[in-house]
Design a protein around this ligand. Structure first.
Ligand code: MRU
Length: 343
């Protein structure tokens, strides 16, 4: 089965699948500087919470390799400055800060400059490998929620290229193919930058999963007329009480799912949970360039001078979430159950 990967560490540089060009062009670009990694994250060349964290982790490795000093204290200082810079690339996905914290710990632990350079590469590779295992495990826990013939709606892309491999919300569909279970996916196009139309459809079609594309505004009608049996999405940050931020439109799907009596699942690794954020109101929501809305593929579709509101994420409140599927199993979205996961 063809399951694509977005971040590959090769010969001391990142080979990055440029997600902005998909599905028409499958192009890997070389990133060998920290600013190039920052730009790739900010411009959505790499996107999806775990993949952002993985790219940033390799960014720290690039930082350590780019500073020639043999003085460990000087090297630590320079690498931590670069890590701080990378942390400003996007605000909502907590995996970015989680991965950078792990990298910072590896930097701080090192005793010599050579050891630091080796250990940051090893740590970034470990973060990536762990995420692949975690995603597969999320798929294993999610799969029993579905039965043969189910029709499942999703939004954005929480697939292989949003993670190390397999994805979170899309992992059960890859596994269903391996196991011969017939599941159909309805993918919301996900305005404004079409991660659903461009990326989710592309990934699932390559794997041979049955997938149908709809516009975001068709979700209610599709739930009603196409017998949607469940909704599953990824997350960028799960607060301590279970409120979950994900791509804009997710909140609306959660409200609709409740109204139709359809289970609404979030699939997210523990690295997406932020116990320091008490609830969804405290999650920073990124607002992006108005041009993402006023233009499509560089062509202006809205009048010059129009006011634009372009939040990239929204928050599905815990009471609309049936369960959060993690690598440790499915948890109820409440403070006690989530705290127990980390105990
Ligand atoms: O703006 P993006 O494309 O980075 O937003 C991505 C999402 O909202 C994903 O659903 C989320 O990061 C989960 S990825 C496994």
């Amino acid at each position: 089965m063809n399951i694509p990967q977005s971040v590959i560490w090769e010969k001391g540089a990142i080979q990055l699948l440029d997600q902005r060009k998909l599905p028409h062009v499958t192009e890997y670009v070389t990133l060998d500087t920290v600013p190039a990694v920052f730009d790739a994250i900010q411009s959505l060349a790499v996107r999806g919470a775990p993949a952002i964290g993985i790219a940033a982790a390799f960014g720290v490795a690039l930082s350590a390799m780019s500073h020639p000093t043999g003085d460990i204290d000087e090297l630590k200082e320079q690498v931590l400055i670069d890590s701080g810079y990378l942390s400003q690339s996007r605000p909502t996905a907590v995996n970015l800060f989680w991965a950078l914290n792990r990298m910072n710990d590896a930097v701080t632990r090192a005793v010599t400059a050579d050891e630091l350079r080796e250990s940051v590469v090893a740590e970034a590779l470990a973060i990536q490998k762990e995420d692949e295992d975690v995603c597969r495990s999320i798929g294993e826990h999610a799969l029993p929620l579905f039965k043969d013939g189910d029709r499942v709606m999703t939004i954005c892309n929480a697939g292989s290229i949003a993670t190390a491999k397999y994805g979170t919300a899309l992992a059960p569909f890859f596994l269903s193919k391996e196991r011969g279970l017939q599941l159909s996916v309805f993918a919301c196009e996900t305005r404004p930058v079409f991660q659903g139309a461009r990326l989710t459809t592309w990934e699932l079609m390559q794997a041979g999963v049955d997938v149908t594309l709809i516009t975001d505004s068709m979700a209610a009608h599709t739930m009603k007329t196409k017998n949607i049996t469940a909704v599953i999405t990824g997350a960028d940050r799960v607060a301590a009480n279970g409120d979950s931020a994900n791509k804009i439109g997710t909140f609306g799907l959660a409200v609709l799912a409740k109204s139709f009596g359809i289970p609404f699942y979030i699939a997210a690794p523990l690295s997406t949970f932020d116990l320091d954020t008490p609830n969804g109101d405290a999650i920073p929501i990124e607002e992006r360039n108005p041009a993402e809305i006023t233009e499509v593929n560089g062509m202006r579709i809205a009048p010059e001078g129009i006011a634009v509101f372009n939040p990239a994420f929204d928050v599905a409140p815990a009471d609309l979430i049936t369960g959060i599927i993690t690598e440790k199993g499915i948890v109820k979205p409440n403070e006690q159950a989530i705290a127990k996961l980390f105990a």
